[in-house]
Structures are given as structure tokens and as C-alpha cells.
Design a protein around this ligand. Structure first.
Ligand code: KG4
Ligand code: ZN
Length: 340
């Protein structure tokens, strides 16, 4: 079965064809990074207008790369929340029109569940090994959620961020250091070869599986001010070593807290494995810290499948279609959709 997956929840216009929920036949992403970079973050109105321009060429390119026409496609899956309303609407309405015009089933997908199913793509299938229950950590620009997955489509939210999402914190820290957007990859790059001589605080919120990153954000800003790095002084040379150490201190604090709380939840709920998803799961430090510290299998998608893509939406839909989850034509967007 071949599913076309469409994703436009934020600033990436993405379309992908996936066979049987696992095999990536194409994965096309039209990134808007350059467009939003000058503003230091995603501008919703700019994002939705760009999706309108990119969506049809992106889908056409995705079909062409997969060697498929609509005659070969069995269903169309699309993200209908959470995300930016104006961005979601572009993907959903395009998917509806294409499904209606080609007489194909339409399946609305929760973006967060899509991040979970990126783990079924091109790798070891979690339902064969290690089996359910699984603990999912979704860490992205808008979410830091710990979710218990007892079976396909069965979720319970165990913990979430009480303030900033991990990705949002990375983006803000990068801005303080004068690095580019999105901040996660920039912080990761800047921290390479750091000595680790700057330590940042960790909010443990003991007794809870929730997260908090706003204290770290404030401590980071104050440290940057103490070191004379912020606000940036154009008359002074940038101190690369200071940037490296600050970036590494920040990254280690986030990776440490996420790893400790994820392993704590996995132990508490006696799961068989840990799944990661969302843009922050692309972070090399988080991947290595969690994998080294966990006694049970840790499954993480390839970095390019952690950030937003259409393949994860198609993969998720495959498991929904088998469960008769076809959407109706009045399917709407839900900017605040939760999982579990
Ligand atoms: O999942 P995603 O692509 O979009 C949302 O659903 O939000 O996640 C984007 C977030 C951004 O905040 C970005 O800075 C972060 O993921 N990110 C990373 C890395 N790559 C992307 N954070 C840390 N390390 C990375 N390598
Ligand atoms: Zn995402």
C-alpha cells in the first residue's frame, strides 16, 4: 500500500510517498528557513503564504521521485494539528482536493503521532522488537512530551513542559549567542570541541514527569550578560571560545534533564523500549547521552526524519488505515491538538 503524506504544520512544506508504512519512496521538503531567518523565528503569515506557493510543486516532485502517479497511490494523509492554523489549512485543503479529485481516502494525522511513527521508517520496526509498551519522548519546537504508548494508536500523556518547549529553548539560546535560526543545529555545531567548563542549571521538578526550561533560559541570558556577550557589542570581536562553552553548557543541561526524566519514566512504567521524535531528537548529544544511559533499547529516527517531514505522516496513516480511521470531508484543523 502506497500513501502520500503531506505536512505543512509550521515552516516546512513537505510531501512523501511511503510504502506499507515503512519504505521511503520519496521525501521532499521545501524549507522556509532562509525566509524566516531574517526575523529570527517563524512568521505565521509569511509561512502560510509560502506554503501556498510550494505545496503543489512539492507534491509533484514527491510523486516524480517515487515513480508514482495518483493511480498508484492508495490514500492521502495530512497533518491537521497541532501547528499554525494558516499553515495547516494549506496542507489540509490541498489534501482534501487531491483525495476528492482522485477518489482516494483522506486520513487526518496528529503531527505528534507522526513524530512517533518516524521510528517505523527505514529501520527496526518497534512493534517487532522490542514490542509494547513503549515510552515516547517528543521534543520539538512546540512540545516536550513524555507519552506512554501501550499499542498502535493508544497513548497516555505522562509529562509535558510547563513553559518553553526544548526546541524553543534551543532557538532562544542561539539568538542570545547571535547564532542563526533554527537554533538547535546551530548550538550543536557551536558546541563541538568545547571543554565543558560552563555549567548551566537543571530544573528537575522532582516527583513529576513534567519539564521546565524557562529557568535555564533566564540563567543562560544572565550568564551571557555577565560574560559581556549580551547584548552584542559590534565594536568587539566575537569570542568563539566563549560561544562554544556557553552552547555546550546549555546543550548538556537540556540533554541531561531530558535523559534523566525519560529513563525515570521508562523505569516507572516498565516499558520495553524508548522512542524519540521531534526536531530536538536530531541532537547528537541527546542521542548519545540517552543511548549510553538506558538499559532498554532506545530507538531514534535518522536525524533528517526527526525534523518535520511528510514521510512520518504517511507512516502513521498506514497504521490508521488498517484500523479504519478514514477521515470525513468536513475534517478541520486543530492548532492545539494533543496526544494522549
Ligand atoms: O519537529 P520540528 O522540526 O518542528 C516542530 O514540530 O516544532 O522541531 C523543530 C525544533 C526547532 O526548535 C529546532 O531548533 C530543533 O527542533 N532542532 C534541534 C536540532 N535540530 C532541530 N534541536 C537541537 N539539536 C538539533 N540538532
Ligand atoms: Zn514537528
Amino acid at each position: 500500500m502506497k500513501i502520500l503524506g503531506i505536512e505543512t504544520s509550521c515552516d516546512d512544506t513537505a510531501a512523501s510517498v511511503v510504502e506499507d508504512g515503512r519504505l521511503l519512496l520519496s521525501n521532499v521538503i521545501a524549507s522556509q528557513v532562509e525566509l524566516h531567518n531574517r526575523y529570527g523565528g517563524v512568521v505565521p503569515e509569511v509561512a502560510s503564504r509560502q506554503h501556498v506557493l510550494e505545496i503543489i510543486p512539492t507534491i509533484q516532485e514527491s510523486l516524480a521521485q517515487s515513480g508514482c502517479s495518483f493511480n498508484d497511490i492508495d490514500a492521502i494523509a495530512v497533518t491537521n494539528g497541532p501547528g499554525l492554523a494558516g499553515s495547516l489549512i494549506v496542507g489540509l485543503n490541498t489534501a482534501k482536493a487531491l483525495a476528492f479529485g482522485n477518489d482516494l481516502p483522506l486520513i487526518g494525522i496528529n503531527h505528534l503521532e507522526g513524530h512517533v511513527y518516524a521510528n517505523w521508517l527505514d529501520g527496526d520496526a518497534p512493534d517487532e522488537s522490542p514490542g509494547f509498551p513503549l515510552l515516547c519522548l517528543i521534543a520539538s519546537g512546540g512540545h516536550t512530551d513524555l507519552i506512554l504508548m501501550s499499542n498502535h494508536g493508544e497513548y497516555e500523556l505522562l509529562g509535558r513542559t510547563r513553559d518553553d518547549a526544548a526546541g524553543e529553548a534551543f532557538d532562544k539560546a542561539a539568538r542570545v549567542l547571535g547564532l542563526g535560526f533554527p537554533g538547535g543545529p546551530e548550538i550543536q555545531k557551536a558546541s563541538q570541541n568545547a571543554l565543558g567548563n560552563i555549567d548551566m542549571p537543571r530544573a528537575w521538578l522532582r516527583g513529576s514527569l513534567d519539564f521546565s526550561f524557562s529557568g535555564l533560559k533566564t540563567a543562560f541570558l544572565n550568564k551571557a550578560k555577565d560574560l559581556g556577550m549580551y547584548p552584542p557589542d559590534p565594536s568587539k570581536n566575537v569570542d568563539e571560545e566563549q560561544i562554544r562553552e556557553m552552547a555546550a553548557g546549555f546543550q548538556m543541561s537540556v540533554a541531561d534533564v531530558i535523559a534523566v526524566k525519560t529513563i525515570q519514566a521508562a523505569t516507572q512504567y516498565e516499558v520495553k523500549g524508548i522512542l524519540l521524535g521531534g526536531g530536538v531528537a536530531a541532537n547528537a548529544k541527546l542521542r548519545s547521552v540517552l543511548t549510553e544511559r538506558s538499559d532498554i533499547p532506545v530507538i531514534i529516527p535518522a536525524p533528517r526524519l526527526c525534523t518535520d517531514n511528510g514521510a512520518m505522516i504517511a507512516a502513521c496513516a498506514y497504521f490508521k488505515l488498517n484500523k479504519q480511521h478514514e477521515s470525513q470531508w468536513d475534517l478541520d484543523v486543530y492548532p492545539n491538538l494533543h496526544l494522549g
